[in-house]
Design a protein around this ligand. Structure first.
Ligand SMILES: NC(=O)c1ccc[n+]([C@@H]2O[C@H](COP(=O)([O-])OP(=O)(O)OC[C@H]3O[C@@H](n4cnc5c(N)ncnc54)[C@H](O)[C@@H]3O)[C@@H](O)[C@H]2O)c1
Length: 327
């Protein structure tokens, strides 16, 4: 994508297999797939860890113009089983990147998650036949923060946001803090606890059971990958520092059950559902209001759920060999 826009891009990833392995998925082929896609599209891919101080020092010499920081431990579940790993790969890693941006005096985008809203949102939901509903339908940056049950992931993402604000306020650094909703699309190799849309699609294609925790009426405003990546370009163009809720919005509000129904119908398969106990930290409804991102960055989601699901299903179908499960 970078080359398409005329940028030279360095991609940094430690290619950890921690999350996918914990899901019982095999990782080697999927990691290699994305490595190849990036190198073939002209990205200079460096395999290293952003917690490696020698690597960070080397990046200072590269004199980059902008950093998009997406490396993370992204799951609630692994933050609970290994909070230190979460701390190191979210809090410390993001701090390292903010420091690098400060030393280079360049703009930086960092990623948070809608989890930081907290699940007190669950208290006021209405229950429809195939989904939960909330009025008002969407939440913006001013809605309350960290209310309800909080896990180490909520804490680390909240610290990322606060650190981002500290670097804006203290150093005047242009930091874009992207509070992202559930993302999906081609080339996402989902785990059991992260990337649920892609996870359900490949399991449906392989005839594997779908595990649902508590209820399939959970709602998200799912965000297609191209829409998600575009916000980082829009931020670089305008550099209006601050926190942004980045989601599919009310037009892309969909429940787990609705996604499974749409995909099953498209593939003409019957899903096997395994209901698991509810998790007390789950957020049963989230839909973002991205008016601030539109006003400040000119960003809005463009790909509809139906269009995005079709593109994702078609890609996974063509690349099913890369989705390997141990069980
Ligand atoms: N996927 C979603 O639905 C979602 C939702 C909300 C927020 N987010 C956030 O968006 C960002 C990107 O998410 P994603 O889904 O692409 O995650 P991902 O897990 O698919 O990708 C993260 C990458 O970071 C790499 N990585 C992890 N620790 C590293 C380290 N110390 N050094 C170098 N590389 C490291 C991993 O190998 C992985 O390839 C994350 O901050 C995540 O928390 C994601």
């Amino acid at each position: 994508m970078g080359k398409r826009y005329g940028y030279e891009v360095i991609g940094v990833d430690n290619y950890t297999d921690y999350e996918l392995k914990a899901s019982g998925y095999k990782t080697v082929n999927s990691k290699r797939y994305n490595y190849n896609v990036l190198t073939q599209s002209g990205v200079d891919v460096v395999t290293d860890d952003i917690n490696n101080s020698k690597f960070i020092d080397k990046m200072i010499e590269e004199k980059v113009d902008y950093i998009i920081h997406t490396a993370a431990q992204p799951t609630v579940t692994l933050s609970i089983t290994n909070p230190r790993y979460d701390m190191e790969n979210n809090v410390v890693a993001t701090f390292n990147i903010l420091e690098l941006a400060r030393k280079l005096d360049i703009p930086v985008s960092i990623c948070s998650s809608v989890h930081v809203f907290g699940n007190d949102i669950n208290e006021n939901l209405e229950e429809y036949e195939d989904r939960f509903a909330n009025f008002p339908e969407s939440f913006d940056e001013d809605y309350s923060f960290l209310k309800g049950k909080v896990t180490p992931l909520h804490a680390s993402k909240a610290v990322n946001e606060i650190h981002g604000k500290a670097y804006i306020d203290t150093y005047g650094l242009p930091v874009g803090i992207m509070r992202l909703t559930g993302m999906y699309g081609p080339r996402q190799f989902a785990g059991m606890n992260h990337g649920w849309v892609s996870n359900f699609i490949f399991r449906l294609l392989k005839g594997l059971p779908l595990h649902i925790f508590g209820t399939d009426k959970q709602v998200r405003d799912i965000l297609y990958c191209d829409d998600a990546s575009r916000v980082f370009y829009d931020f670089y163009d305008r550099q209006v520092a601050g926190l942004y809720v980045i989601g599919g919005g009310v037009n892309n509000l969909v429940s787990i059950r609705q996604v499974i129904d749409k995909v099953s119908k498209y593939l003409n398969v019957k899903p096997e559902i395994v209901m698991e106990p509810a998790r007390e930290y789950d957020l049963n409804y989230f839909v973002g209001n991205s008016t601030k991102a539109w006003n400040n960055l000119g960003w809005e989601p463009k790909v509809s759920v139906d269009e995005g699901l079709k593109l994702t299903v078609d890609w996974i179908k063509e690349n099913l060999e890369y989705f390997e499960v141990n069980e």
